[in-house]
Design a protein around this ligand. Structure first.
Ligand code: F6P
Length: 378
């Protein structure tokens, strides 16, 4: 019998975190289950910091709010936790402390809201005997085994609106307008927002690009009287035989991808300017894609995911991820979601080796883009 549960939100934030939290809490309340939230993801689980969540007080009025009322953490891999010992930085496996905290507090289930890195740790904690149910989050839409993650639709909407705005200024000044969007190893945001916003070129990590192809597309448009073009570039897009654009490094722990991407859009803009003779301007959309109000779609998706997760808990189905498969709510073992990458065990995953869902060449979005003449750089 599930009587007391806890939620943790982990990894880079997305719009929809709060909507999932609210749905879990509401479904819990309907079934006389007490709900708690760990503060700042796995960090709160490790430090045993949590608050009571109820829809009349702490979890009230949050459906439309961005961010996370219980915070989130991007650098708290409890299996490789950064600690200082005698002035030295060392990484320790503190997962047993987390297991103990769950047991001591009497939590019958922990819901892990996060991407592939978060779910890897969830899988590992579940192997240690904790009842875990994951919920797939990330704006990149790259969690394996599910059709869609919460937060993605909002990111696409923000990017599409940006493209609309770039359209009018690009058209006025006869420029190539480049928009760099997020998408480290998966180009879902770039591809879908290019279709939604009427982009002419979309460059994604899955297709190493030939800049000449993009230039050709733009030249053709000029020949037909269109003296402006819209180019959407995923931050992880790289030229054929080239590398991704790295801005700096970040400190998200060991075993994870610590590159901070940036510069892909600027690089494409410069090259297109040189090749076409048209002026080009880059805009990097950045964290606008993660913050703010979720779309109606994301509110509904998050609510479905949250209530499904609680339903799974009531059914005693643990060690799974709530997913959407062919439009229907379902669950899959966490092992299927992150199992290809056992040795990493990272909280902030997103490494090349991660078991992430990338854009496939037979996907409808790729086919649609090609059908309507969007250049994908190949
Ligand atoms: O994983 C989601 C994501 O938005 C990536 O697209 C991006 O590279 C990364 O987060 C940036 O995360 P942060 O700057 O918060 O470490």
């Amino acid at each position: 019998m599930v009587k007391k549960v806890a939620i943790l939100a982990n990894g880079g934030d997305v719009s929809g975190f709060n909507a999932v939290i609210r749905a879990i809490v509401k479904t819990a309340e309907e079934n006389n289950v007490e709900c708690y939230g760990f503060i700042e993801g796995y960090k709160g689980l490790l430090n045993n910091e949590y608050i009571r969540l109820d829809t009349y007080n702490t979890a009230s009025g949050i459906l439309h709010k961005g961010g996370s009322i219980i915070g989130s953490s991007t650098n708290s891999n409890v299996f490789h936790y950064k600690v200082e010992e005698n002035g030295q930085v060392v990484y320790k496996d503190l997962s047993d402390k987390c297991v103990q905290n769950v047991k001591d507090n009497g939590f019958d289930c922990v819901f892990t809201l996060g991407g592939d890195g978060t779910q890897k740790s969830a899988r590992d904690l579940s192997l240690k005997g904790i009842n875990i149910i994951g919920v797939p989050k990330t704006i990149d839409n790259d969690v394996a085994c599910t059709d869609i993650t919460f937060g993605y639709n909002t990111a696409v909407s923000v990017a599409a609106e940006a493209i609309d705005r770039l359209h009018t200024t690009g058209e006025t000044h006869h420029r190539i307008m480049v928009l760099e969007v997020m998408g480290r190893y998966a180009g879902w945001i770039a591809l879908e927002s290019a279709i939604a916003g009427g982009g002419d070129v979309a460059l994604i990590p899955e297709i190493p690009y030939d800049i000449n192809k993009a230039a050709e597309k733009i030249r053709k448009r000029v020949e037909k009287g269109k003296r402006f073009s819209i180019v959407v570039v995923a931050e992880g897009a790289a030229p054929k035989d080239g590398t991704m654009s790295v801005e700096s490094t970040r400190d998200n722990g060991v075993g994870v991808d610590n590159t901070k991407l940036g510069g892909a859009g600027q690089r494409v803009a410069k090259e297109l300017e040189a090749l076409t003779g048209l002026e080009a301007r880059n805009t990097t959309l950045g964290y606008m894609q993660r913050g703010g109000t979720p779309t109606a779609f994301d509110r509904v998706l998050s609510t479905k995911y949250g209530s499904k997760a609680m339903e799974l808990a009531l059914e005693g189905k643990f060690g799974v991820l709530a997913v959407l498969k062919d439009g229907k709510l379902d669950s899959v073992p966490l092992e299927d979601v992150v199992g290809d990458n056992k040795e990493i065990g990272a909280v902030s995953g997103n490494t090349k080796e991660s078991n992430i869902r990338r854009v496939t060449m037979d996907h409808d979005l790729v086919k649609t883009a090609r059908h309507i003449g969007i250049c994908l750089g190949d």
